[in-house]
Write a protein that binds this ligand. Structure first.
Ligand SMILES: Cc1cc2nc3c(=O)[nH]c(=O)nc-3n(C[C@H](O)[C@H](O)[C@H](O)COP(=O)(O)OP(=O)(O)OC[C@H]3O[C@@H](n4cnc5c(N)ncnc54)[C@H](O)[C@@H]3O)c2cc1C
Length: 241
């Protein structure tokens, strides 16, 4: 990865201190490493952190990502992905917008093709498409990044279905993992295509990500591996930024 994603040391220090404080899991139950705080207390506390540092603010995407998996994910997806986001090991994103689709998410064209229905982490798909404006889409603050990606599963004729029908949500780790949450050593085909520079934002990244362009080959295939979350409803689109 190019050095274009190098963030200030202060961002690394602040992120590490925030994760160490346990705030990523503050509203989770004790058994999930949380403090069992009411959500409203967590949200109020995070308002201060978010105002103090925009790079901490982008960590809240990680919490939103993991919260979504706690509601819609399988038990294994919660253990492998959500737990490692709450404990600070991995970060998370929300990949909804595309260059041609912002508010109108029914216009997304990222497509998902089923590859293995029986993968223990959830039915496995190959994704191809572009996601724009993705906050914290690439960085080296954490060992891995868990992208939650909206994509369409084509209809029987191979064409994308117009409107919101066929939209599903996919878990796309930047680096592939096994069922124990270990990195397999294979880089998934999620490529940084560009950085969006925003006035005053120095402590975090905003990115254009290409899925399945072939920069990183996975099992000889160009498209990235993705596993669907248990719920394939468009309710997941409520997690828009
Ligand atoms: C700082 C920043 C970070 C972001 N991070 C992420 C991220 O992490 N992940 C992600 O997926 N996206 C992200 N986005 C993208 C963001 O979700 C989109 O910008 C947003 O969905 C709006 O889409 P758009 O910019 O294409 O505007 P448009 O959809 O083109 O909207 C333009 C204007 O038209 C209005 N409008 C649109 N549709 C209608 C309608 N039907 N009726 C009336 N008015 C309408 C809107 O209110 C707006 O004023 C980010 C954007 C910013 C600025």
């Amino acid at each position: 990865m190019a050095a274009c994603c190098a963030l200030p040391q202060a961002t690394h220090d602040a992120r590490a201190a925030y994760a160490e404080s346990g705030m990523l899991a503050a509203a989770q139950d004790y058994e999930h490493g949380g403090m069992q705080l009411p959500y409203v207390i967590e949200a109020a506390a995070n308002a201060f952190f978010g105002k103090a540092s925009i790079s901490i603010g982008s960590n809240l995407l990680t919490v939103g990502n993991a919260n979504l998996l706690m509601v819609h994910g399988t038990e294994l997806q919660k253990q492998v992905f959500a737990a490692n986001e709450f404990n600070g090991r991995w970060a998370g994103t929300m990949c909804l917008s595309e260059p041609q689709a912002g508010s109108s998410l029914s216009d997304i064209t990222t497509r998902a093709t089923l590859e293995d229905q029986d993968d223990p982490l959830g039915p496995r798909y190959r994704l191809r498409g572009n996601k724009m404006w993705i906050s914290s889409g690439e960085h080296e603050l954490t060992e891995n990044i868990v992208h939650l990606v909206l994509a369409k599963i084509p209809g029987p004729d191979g064409k994308l279905i117009p409107g919101v029908k066929g939209i599903s949500l996919f878990i796309v780790p930047k680096k592939l993992v096994d069922t124990e949450g270990n990195l397999t050593g294979v880089r998934n085909d999620v490529a940084l295509a560009g950085l969006n520079h925003k006035l005053g934002w120095r402590g975090t990244t905003n990115t254009l990500l290409n899925f399945g362009e072939g920069q990183f080959k996975v099992d000889g295939e160009a498209e990235p591996w993705a596993t669907s979350s248990a719920s394939r409803t468009r309710a997941c689109a409520a997690c828009s930024t």
